[in-house]
Design a protein. Sequence first.
Length: 191
Amino acid sequence: MKHIISLILISLIVEAAIFKLLASFFASGEPPYIVNSYLLTTHLVLDIIVFRILKYRVRFSLQFVKRFQPKKWQYIYTTHADILLYGVYLAFIVVDLLVLGEHLLRNMDYIFGVSEATAKPFWSWNWVYKSYPYAKSILLSCVVTILLATIFVENQRPEQEDDEDEDDGNGNGNGNGNGNEIMHKTDKQSQ
């Protein structure tokens, strides 16, 4: 969970930094259609990057943990959040593609040099653009909800014992008396 939360937090910080940089860069009076093109493309690229990292998150986490904390590699596994966030970030990408496509259609006379007569019917297209902040807010609230729910579920999960403590290879416990006992995480912390 720490790796997932760190990934999402870093992506949000990078996104805010890029937007601040773009806002100061385009404060000189660039046309709004150029500024929006850069901002919407930035949203799309960052969401694709997070989507790809989430797809291979377990592999990246295992490599990180084996390098810096090799004794804790067994604590890395696929959580409920991995699967759910993968779907939510796919929805982020779909929304980004829709708004970018609508933006390109709406401004095709400026961006692509299409004649005004061809572009004029698309000037009023703004359904996705108007609902874009709401869609992104709903999806971001889904991300937060998934993270909080997964943290709650993971804290309720019983602690798994190491394989070497449970079984000696013959189906017998290792003789320490707790081979079949499952401890809850909060029980272990209180000892």
